[in-house]
Design a binder for this molecule. Structure first.
Ligand SMILES: [Zn+2]
Length: 118
């Protein structure tokens, strides 16, 4: 996902992560706060928003699993987060969790991806 996403855990509806920061409308490229409608082209961004929240939820789950000393579970969540939105931050998380779970080839692959995103 080519957006700047900051997660606030447990503060959204139903305890889901709330997104802060900016996103770029996939239709008109306007940079804006997270919302379900583009401020400029009025495009429905509900699915875009949901995808970002799901990715954020998976990243939080990965960090929680790491804190509980469950590296394989953390890697599973990080990999799922990367599938939902490929970006440098999520690739780094996947690389670290892969490394901690002893999956060195995957760790190297995600680390190289993280570098390629900048
Ligand atoms: Zn737009």
């Amino acid at each position: 996902m080519s957006s700047s996403v900051v997660v606030e855990t447990g503060s959204g509806p139903g305890g889901s992560p709330r997104l802060r920061g900016k996103t770029r409308c996939p239709a008109c490229k306007a940079v804006q706060e997270w919302s379900d409608e583009c401020r400029r082209c009025k495009c429905d961004l509900t699915l875009w928003h949901r995808l970002a929240r799901d990715q954020a939820r998976r990243r939080v789950a990965a960090l929680t699993a790491l804190a509980r000393q469950r590296p394989q579970e953390a890697f599973d969540h990080a990999r799922a987060a990367f599938r939902l939105g490929a970006d440098a931050e999520t690739a780094r998380l996947a690389a670290v969790t892969a490394l901690l779970s002893g999956q060195f080839v995957e760790a190297l692959w995600y680390a190289r991806l993280a570098e390629s995103y900048g």
